[in-house]
Ligand binder design. Structure first.
Ligand code: ADP
Ligand code: MG
Length: 676
């Protein structure tokens, strides 16, 4: 055997393998079939030459066989390239001419003209060269029209491999003058086939650097394995067992070695994409977002990398599921803020179920069933109108819930699988977060509605009782002639009217949105004033106010806190009675809180009343409204504080309000310290 035969054998068998593999992967795809035909013609060419040169059957005119392969390779190659670029239809005439020329060349090879050498060979070089050159120039022009990025580098790689194949292939026709110069044509064409194969079977994104890295890794692995086997064979003089063991070892370590080589090359091939990294970071932080604005804020932050370069729009299915609405948008103007559910683009995206680039939609509009081609073409028109480059659908079950559309001059360097995957993660997280936020808001709204309903029912009840009493008294009054009885009735009316006024007043207090001031409030002073005004109203009882060392002022709204403390004091007074006593203590708690504890010596609170104490309208008093403690609770909570209760049945109740302290007021409070 000689090198020529081996090269042809490798190329022929490699082409057969590639063609069969691609055909098996997706036999119904027209492009795969075309690629398989190209592999077939190359295999015919290479294997025919191999058999011919091995001298197996000297009498057979082998050139009739292998020239069929080499003549067809040129026009079929052109056909495939045109198909890859979507130009088959527009360049129909040129393609037909290429087939005709190559056919004529082959026919001439079957006539005695073939034996006029080297003239026939030069003619063949000219004919096939013209076809190759035309293909190459079309590819160059097409690649130029593409932006920078994976797509363009893919075409560059294709052109490089094609030029190599053309030069090497045509050089095979050069007369060797009897010297054993090997013919590299088939091997070079095999390289071209490998590159085309990557383009043909590529899915959505052609990350060329990954393809190159894989090929290099593969080649390095194969070389290492071959060296190892060769070494073992030399050392053991072809003994079977060591060779067998070495093969096993090679097989076992091939995978890990390939992976190590690949990861080592990652840095060399450019690190992780900054946009993808920023987006992945955002998708991890989104579950903590508390509102839509936080969701959009962190997405906007991640997209800062693209600032001024691209526009990103997130479309979301409306609650009524009839249209998609652009809910987030960065930069520029949106072409279509509202996209109907039945529009081509969403239907196409649901059909695809994975990120698509404009190129992918273009390809879909040229292949597949008629209905799908039409759908893709309509989607492509929408895509073009919006100036979009990439769309990432977000699918829940069998339903498209939204998509991210990126366009407005997005550089093609962002059109890679890594970035699309990151957008997908962000889109999914954003929608999940929005749904969670919406559910939480809905729950809150329901709760609020329930509270309002309860309050209204309570209020109606509270109003109806005194109204009933007033009406009764008025009816008696109408028929009453005895002035003493009439006066009694009028007193009832007066009392009940006062109670009505209290209910309404306290309810308004409770329901009125609180004004939120934040000032230093001296709680002891507040309690003293409340006790003094009760004294003045003739409702006084024994009381004391004590302030601990270094007690700060509370931070809050003085009017609201006055109301809270006043309500607790009124309850204490009512519980303790005129002969009872009330003790007030103001003290710091921790470094940033202040407490006011109000203790009475009344009957205390029965255990069964404790859980309902702060509910609106809960009262045990004949003339009570049950709104006092509810209001206290609300006011203190609005200040970020809390209310503590000591029930102490038979001892007297104690209520403690814990409030935030105003920093730096510890010493100011000391001056005002005084026992009452
Ligand atoms: P009202 O004073 O109108 O009854 P509140 O909300 O102020 O309404 O009080 C609710 C209930 O809590 C009272 O009816 C009473 O039973 C109980 N309560 C409040 N403060 C005290 C206290 N200091 N001692 C005993 N019971 C109290
Ligand atoms: Mg009260």
């Amino acid at each position: 055997m000689n090198l020529n035969v081996e090269l042809h054998l490798v190329a022929g068998l490699g082409a057969l393998g590639l063609g069969a593999g691609t055909l098996l992967a997706e036999p119904r795809r027209a492009r795969n079939r075309l690629f398989a035909v190209l592999c077939g013609t190359l295999a015919l060419w290479s294997l025919g030459v191999a058999v011919y040169r091995s001298g197996a059957a000297p009498g057979v005119p082998w050139h009739v066989l292998y020239l069929l392969g080499s003549c067809l390779t040129a026009p079929v190659g052109m056909h495939l390239c045109l198909d890859l670029m979507g130009l088959t239809r527009t360049m129909r005439g040129m393609l037909a001419a290429a087939y005709a020329l190559a056919g004529a060349l082959y026919v001439s090879a079957c006539t005695p003209a073939y034996y006029v050498q080297p003239a026939w060979n030069y003619a063949a070089m000219a004919v096939l060269g013209v076809i190759f050159a035309a293909t190459l120039s079309i590819t160059v022009r097409h690649a130029r029209s593409r932006g920078q990025g994976p797509e363009r580098s893919a075409y560059r790689l294709l052109m490089f491999a094609a030029a190599l194949a053309v030069v090497a292939g045509l050089s095979d026709f050069l007369p060797r003058g009897g010297r054993p110069i090997p013919r590299f044509g088939p091997a070079a064409v095999l390289v071209l086939l490998l590159v085309i194969c990557a383009l043909v079977v590529r899915h959505r994104f052609l990350d060329v650097h990954r393809f190159v890295a894989r090929s290099l890794g593969l080649a390095a692995g194969a070389a290492a394995a071959a060296l190892l086997l060769l070494g073992v064979a030399r050392l053991t003089e072809d003994a079977f067992l060591p060779l067998f063991a070495a093969t096993l070892v090679v097989l076992l370590i091939a995978g890990p070695i390939g992976r190590i080589l690949l990861s080592g090359m990652r840095g060399f091939l450019g690190g992780p994409d900054p946009l993808a990294q920023a987006l992945m970071g955002t998708s991890r932080s989104l579950p903590a977002a508390r509102g839509p604005s936080e969701v959009w804020g962190s997405i906007g932050e991640a997209l800062r990398v693209l600032e001024g370069e691209a526009r990103v729009t997130l479309y979301l299915l409306e609650p009524d599921e009839r249209a998609f609405h652009a809910v987030y948008h960065s930069g520029g103007t949106i072409e279509a803020p509202l996209v109907p559910d039945g529009a081509a683009l969403p239907r196409f995206l649901l059909d695809e179920g994975a990120p698509v680039t404009r190129t992918v939609i273009e390809e879909r509009s040229r292949a597949g069933t008629r209905a799908r081609r039409t759908l893709a073409a309509e989607a492509l028109a929408q895509f073009r109108d919006a100036g979009s480059e990439l769309a990432v659908p977000i699918v829940r079950g069998a339903c498209l819930v939204g998509w991210i559309e990126i366009g407005g001059g997005l550089a093609e360097r962002y059109l890679k699988a890594e970035v699309a995957a990151a957008f997908l993660a962000v889109g999914n997280q954003a929608i999940a977060s929005l749904e969670r936020i919406q559910a939480q808001e809905e729950a809150k709204r329901r709760e609020a509605l329930a509270v309002v309903g309860e309050m209204a029912a309570g209020l109606a009840h509270e109003v109806r009782n005194p109204l009933g009493a007033i009406q009764g008294a008025a009816q008696v009054l109408l028929a009453e002639t005895d002035p003493r009885r009439a006066r009694e009735m009028l007193e009832v009316i007066e009392e009940e009217t006062a109670r009505l006024g209290r209910v309404v007043g306290e309810f308004l207090d409770y329901a009125r949105p609180s004004t939120r001031r934040r000032e230093a409030v001296d709680l002891a002073d507040l309690a003293r004033r409340a006790l003094r005004s009760a004294d003045a109203a003739g409702q006084g009882l024994k009381s004391s106010v004590r302030v601990a060392e270094r007690t700060p002022h509370a931070a809050g709204d003085p009017d609201l806190l006055q109301r809270a403390v006043g309500n607790i004091l009124r309850n204490a007074r009512e519980a303790a009675g005129p002969r009872g006593s009330v003790r007030v203590e103001v003290a710091p708690e921790g470094s940033d809180r202040v407490t006011i504890r109000i203790e009475d010596d009344g009957p205390g609170i029965p255990a069964e009343a404790l859980p309902r104490l702060f509910q609106p309208f809960f009262t045990t008093k004949p003339g009570g409204t049950g709104l006092g403690l509810a209001l206290v609770h609300r006011l203190v909570e609005a200040h970020g504080g809390e209310v503590r209760v000591e029930a102490r049945p038979a001892e007297g109740a104690a209520f403690t309000l814990v409030l935030p302290a105003m920093a730096g007021t510890e010493d100011a409070a000391r001056g005002a310290r005084r026992a009452g």
